[in-house]
Design a protein around this ligand. Structure first.
Ligand SMILES: [Zn+2]
Length: 120
């Protein structure tokens, strides 16, 4: 166990870590202060983005988006979280990605635009 310090509020706590840097990061991320909660939210937001649009997209039957688009989405998530944007929807690779806020949570939704119409 190593003692780490929250980078936001300076609170010290012992955590399982290899070095001080890792301990500080762990304590900051799990701290009970407001900024710690914000850190957790950002982390979760990035994880969700990675799931639906990044390296885990295929597990959700989606294709990862291009890196530039990924960076843009990351920025949009932050702006939605800050309530600078209420809701945003973009169309990428026959899918629609919608980001909005609901009950303090940032909702990331990706929908396939598969619509088949056959005529004879
Ligand atoms: Zn803190």
């Amino acid at each position: 166990m190593i003692e780490g310090m929250c980078k936001h509020c300076g609170q010290m706590r012992f955590v399982e870590a290899r070095d001080t840097e890792e301990a500080n990061a762990k304590v900051s991320l799990s701290c009970s202060c407001d900024e710690g909660a914000q850190d957790r939210k950002l982390k979760k937001m990035n994880e969700n983005l990675d799931k639906l649009c990044g390296s885990h997209a295929e597990e959700y039957q989606m294709k990862p988006v291009e890196e530039d688009v990924y960076e843009l989405l990351k920025g949009l998530c932050i702006l939605v979280n800050e309530e600078a944007i209420a809701k945003v929807a973009i169309s990428v690779d026959y899918t629609t990605i919608t980001i909005y806020k609901k009950n303090e949570n940032v909702i990331l939704n990706r929908k396939k635009m598969s619509n088949y119409q056959l005529e004879s």
